[in-house]
Each structure stands twice: as structure tokens, then as C-alpha cells.
Design a protein around this ligand. Structure first.
Ligand code: ZN
Length: 55
């Protein structure tokens, strides 16, 4: 499972399917090489992201 490093969403996809070097998040629009595979860390990021968004 892969997660967005910006918002913690699992809704990420490859920008170019041939390479694994770039990812795009369908939830927040993040685009970059960094991706998170740790579900616990993603949960924390997701929580903080949603708190920030609500404010
Ligand atoms: Zn995201």
C-alpha cells in the first residue's frame, strides 16, 4: 500500500506508469518522487492534514 506524503491518502497513482519515480495524489494534487508505505505514518499525516484543513 502506498500513501501520499502530503495528506496521507492511499489515493495515489503513477504519473508515468513506465517509471516509479513520480507519483500523483488524486486527493490533494501532490506530485513528486516521495511516497509513504508505512500505514501508521500515513494515518498520522492524514489526521494532521484534515485538522489543518478544517481550521
Ligand atoms: Zn495527497
Amino acid at each position: 500500500m502506498k500513501y501520499c506524503p502530503n495528506c496521507g491518502s492511499p489515493n495515489v497513482e503513477w504519473v508515468l506508469p513506465q517509471t516509479w519515480s513520480r507519483w500523483r495524489c488524486k486527493d490533494c494534487g501532490y506530485e513528486g518522487a516521495l511516497i509513504i508505505e508505512d500505514g501508521e505514518l500515513a494515518k498520522e499525516i492524514r489526521k494532521r492534514y484534515l485538522e489543518k484543513k478544517d481550521r
